[in-house]
Design a protein around this ligand. Structure first.
Ligand code: MG
Length: 398
């Protein structure tokens, strides 16, 4: 039976690549719902191609009418953020691919798991901000899946599948292993376009320079985060939650070729690494195919042409966002929420030409320092703290 998926953020980088995987496996994946921010025209084209019934947009109905677009027959179009979240509750949906950008994805992740559905998660903020709420829900859905005979005989039950090359890699390296024998997670980083540079060389960097990422093809926000190493910091926090691993046993290593997608070290000194072509469709497909593997949508890695593999320690003095994110994760509670919100605002300001490149870390640090950390209690609390941090960040664009 085909897996029936909802794609939240269907016109973004992960969304379009998810649909590309669906296009190659029409017998295995049925796309039943799409959610977008404002790119409704594209979403309606996608709906037409995949025969999708439900489409939701953050736009309001008035704005849509002004566009003069025609809604294809059989498509139900709904508006507003509640309509986006409502797609996760549809009885026709088995798996929600959450590729929403930023903290907006948290609510959708929460509702998906609360409805007992599989969450294929590309929205990092769900775990960074709300890991303390999301992970207990994921364990519950894992239990339900085991009880209903939906889980594979061996390995994780698959309620929460990461769509991130690093976490997908670690997920696969851990299959068949005992948690108590895992010593360390090695999260690899490409190092971004400014690897090897020092602060004095980075102060005049423009958004255009920062958007030229050498290996992965990604959206603008995550591309800036990759260049500042904030992305790696967010991924360390994600790994902490996903694999219940203390921070002192999660290491980051720069692997500029991006051929090794991450590694797991075991108590006997053995290390398993996951390698593959740098194409997000592989981790996306694995998140949808688990526990199976389907035919690869891309050319496999040719080791005879790979040349050398390089490893370096990350430069956390120049790329301070990595250290700030790790500090936020270690302190825990609501601090990662504040760190993430401040970063979103600082990155948006940098992309708009209003803030400087090095000002991103400065802004994040100022807002983190101003926050009185609390234990995470609810989505409502996190949303409130998120908006406090955003306002504070706007006042501290450097
Ligand atoms: Mg990644």
């Amino acid at each position: 039976m085909a897996r029936r998926i909802a794609v939240l953020g269907s016109t973004g980088s992960i969304g379009t690549q998810t649909l590309d995987v669906a296009r190659r496996h029409p017998d295995k994946i049925e796309v039943v719902a799409l959610a977008v921010g404002r790119r409704v025209k594209e979403a309606l084209e996608q709906a037409r191609e995949f025969g999708v019934r439900y489409v939701a947009s953050n736009m309001d109905a008035g704005e849509f009418d002004a566009l003069g677009l025609e809604v294809p027959e059989g498509v139900e179009l709904a508006f507003g953020s509640d309509a986006v979240a409502a797609l996760t509750q549809l009885p026709e949906v088995d798996v929600v691919v959450n590729a929403l950008v930023g903290a907006a994805g948290l609510q959708a992740s929460y509702e998906t798991l609360r409805a007992g559905k599989v969450l294929a998660l590309a929205n990092k903020e769900s775990l960074v901000v709300g890991g303390d709420l999301i992970m207990p829900l994921a364990s519950k859905v894992d239990e339900q899946r085991r009880a209903a005979g939906l889980a594979p005989d061996h390995g994780p039950a698959g309620a929460l599948m990461p769509i991130d090359s690093e976490h997908g890699a670690i997920y696969q390296c851990l299959i068949g292993e005992e948690a108590r024998e895992v010593e360390r997670l090695w999260v690899t980083a490409s190092g971004g376009p400014f690897r090897g540079k020092k602060s004095c060389e980075l102060k005049d960097i423009t958004a255009k320079q920062a958007l030229a990422h050498p290996t992965w093809n990604m959206g603008p926000k995550i591309t800036i985060d990759s260049s500042t190493l904030m992305n790696k910091g967010l991924e360390v926090i994600e790994a902490h939650h996903l694999f219940t691993m203390p921070y002192d046993r999660i290491s980051v290593v720069v692997q500029p070729q991006s051929a090794i997608h991450s590694m797991v070290e075991f108590s006997d000194g053995s290390v398993k690494a996951h390698l593959g072509t740098t194409d997000m469709r592989i981790p996306i497909q694995y998140a949808l195919s688990y526990p199976e593997r389907w035919d690869a949508p891309v050319t496999p890695l040719d080791f005879t042409k790979l040349g050398s593999l390089q490893f370096d320690a990350p430069d956390v003095e120049t790329f301070r966002c990595l250290a700030l994110a790790r500090a936020a994760g270690e302190r825990g509670g609501t601090l990662p929420c504040v760190m993430n919100a401040a970063n979103e605002i600082a990155v948006a300001a940098f992309l708009a030409g209003e803030g400087s490149y090095l000002g991103i870390a400065e802004c994040v640090e100022i807002v983190m320092d101003a926050h009185d950390v609390q234990p995470v209690e609810s989505i409502g609390q996190l949303l409130e703290i998120d908006s406090w941090a955003r306002a504070r960040a706007r006042d501290n664009i450097r």
